[in-house]
Design a protein around this ligand. Sequence first.
Ligand code: 5RP
Length: 242
Amino acid sequence: TEAEIRNVIKQDSISKEEIEKEKQQAAEFAAQQIPNHITLGLGSGTTSAYFVKAIQKRIVNEKLDIQCVATSLGTQKLAESLHMNMLDVNTIDEVDITVDGADSVDDKLNGIKGGGAALLFEKLVAKMSKKNIWIVDSTKYHKTLEGRQMPVEVIPFGGMGVFRYLRDNGYHPAFRFEDNGDILETDSGNYLINITIPKHADLKDLAKNLKNQTGVVEHGLFLNVCDELIIGGDQIKTIKRE
Ligand code: 5RP
């Protein structure tokens, strides 16, 4: 309801420590929901890392038979370091459940992902998944995605052409850089251009438009993907897609 949304949005001013706690709460809650004998997609980012550690504990303690597929090289490395049973994504047809984080989610469970630069693998695994659960802290939940930043992944060759298209159409593009000043390269060796979602944008049209640009590999808009959103907090909130 409106009141519930306002209640969650109100927490926008919480401290870094509280955000971290909420991420962990959401991740641990999600880990408790995972059934045995499944193929599990492991998301990327800091919230997903909490989830990977939490589900790994359950797998060991309860001797669960769960096979996993990672959505980034970083997650693959983390899961391997924890001796989890990892599958090559090309050897499976589908994933039962994927648990992933998100950068922004609206009240219809449309989301923006890619803050950790893993949007391409994340979308691939999400599309193979029968169920997608997102785990977030309360600052990620918004009434609308308007005005929010989202990444567009482009091939390096001709990436400037896409940049010009985005600039000329009012998306305020900016290439994403590493802290050391190098241009950021994704796990696939592509570049990311951050854009701002315009006011009153039709998200479906925007998604289609971006995909239509030659040189665009993928974008961070995830529409009709999230089936269940888990928001951390002392009282966990779960929102299911209608
Ligand atoms: C990575 C992602 C992440 O899920 C998203 O950026 C959230 O990250 P975090 O859990 O660290 O806040 O989409 O590409």
